[in-house]
Ligand binder design. Structure first.
Ligand SMILES: *[C@@H]1O[C@H](CO)[C@@H](O)[C@H](O)[C@H]1NC(C)=O
Length: 370
């Protein structure tokens, strides 16, 4: 009797073990169904890295999402957004970065409205009217009315001094923060922004990450006396992106810059370290926040030899520029419907290669393509 009851409870024990095992085995099999239903919302975190490579291919991305169940996403996971961000909305919102998510600041001065700004407004700015903001130092109601461009009078001095330039950068920063957009990109009034390339580049990062993208102007970091965190007796080394080639900062990083950049603090930070606006940006990001500049050679300033840029890669760059008065022949080597005399900066030629349907672009006769 005693022995039998032990046998029975042993059997019961083994049976419940087997039952539990079976249940455990069944769980994964039962899982996919409810998951697939709500998958598009809590997205596999690998997405930001993949958007870039899948540019313009909405469909493959979709099928990938519905095919991937959580355990399988491992291979693609490269950038995992920091904990805490995102809920369903956050994830869906970076499905695909759009132009409207970018805030493009163009820095200019009143005396260049005619000679430089009009060309930009006629070319790339016309393709990004809503997200481009022109920061200048004088009113130009006529230009604003005629073109509908967003022209912001910073009320900063028109002098080409460190103070005046930092004053403009400070206004740019505040306007960006106010705008709620995901990316801040700064360019000069002699830059052509190749918008599809910019979108592609930024799509490979997430705006909540700390991202500072640009071309270093030197081949070594700059060294400056540390006068913000200490008394200037020690020095700091940091990289900075040259403002003349343009640079971009993610919103996540821009928000962290606030103590040294918002509401006039940028001007006092620049005054403390006595460096120009673009160096000050680098100082805040690299030296104070300890976030590294992501070096890219897709941004170009007039200080480079632009003719060296291989012609077949010009349209893949993010920004272009041209030599000023002192170096008129320093332009990208693209050829197209405009002669060098008609288009000395080559911006119109680039624009017509990118947007051939533009009304003022020379129409290529279908049978006479050269
Ligand atoms: C510049 O000054 C004008 C007039 O005082 C003002 O309306 C405008 O908001 C100022 N601009 C900025 C960016 O502060």
């Amino acid at each position: 009797m005693h022995i039998a009851s032990v046998g029975v409870s042993k059997f019961c024990f083994l049976f419940s073990l087997a039952f539990c095992g079976l249940l455990l085995l069944l769980i994964p099999a039962l899982q996919p169904l409810p998951r697939q239903v709500d998958l598009p919302k809590p997205r596999p975190q690998a997405r930001p890295a993949q958007v870039g490579t899948s540019e313009g291919l909405g469909k493959p991305i979709k099928t990938e999402i519905s095919r991937n169940s959580y355990p399988k996403t491992g291979k693609g996971v490269r950038r995992i957004p920091e904990r805490g961000i995102g809920g369903p909305q956050e994830y869906r919102s970076h499905d695909k970065l759009e132009l409207k998510d970018i805030f493009i600041a163009v820095k200019t001065t009143r005396k260049y409205h005619k000679s430089r700004l009009e060309l930009l407004i006629q070319t790339w700015v016309s393709q990004a009217k809503e997200q481009t903001f022109i920061f200048t130092d004088g009113d130009d109601k006529e230009l604003q009315m005629r073109t509908g461009a967003n022209i912001i009078n910073t009320n900063c001095s028109a002098a080409h001094t460190r103070q005046a330039l930092c004053c403009k950068m400070s206004v740019e920063y505040d306007k960006f923060i106010e705008s709620q957009r995901k990316w801040f990109c700064h360019v000069d009034d002699d830059n052509y922004v190749i918008l599809p390339s910019l979108l592609r580049l930024l799509s490979s990062y997430h705006h909540s990450q700390d991202v500072y993208l640009g071309r270093p102007s030197l081949d070594h970091p700059i060294e400056a006396a540390e006068r913000v965190k200490s008394d200037g007796s020690v020095s700091v080394k940091f990289w900075f992106a040259t403002g003349g080639a343009g640079f971009c900062i993610s919103r996540g990083l821009a928000l962290k810059m606030s103590p040294w950049a918002s509401l006039g603090n940028f001007i006092s930070t620049a005054e403390k370290i006595r460096l120009p606006d673009d160096c000050t940006i680098g100082y805040i990001i690299e030296a104070l926040l300890e976030v590294a500049l992501t070096h890219t050679h897709l941004f170009h300033s007039h200080l480079e030899n632009l003719q060296k840029l291989p012609i077949d890669t010009v349209l893949e760059q993010v920004t272009l520029s041209y030599g000023g008065f002192e170096n008129r022949r320093n332009v990208v080597g693209v050829v197209g419907g405009f002669s060098l005399a008609e288009d000395p900066t080559r911006f119109k030629t680039v624009h017509c290669l990118l947007y051939p349907d533009t009304e003022w672009c020379p129409k290529l006769k279908p049978r006479h393509r050269n």
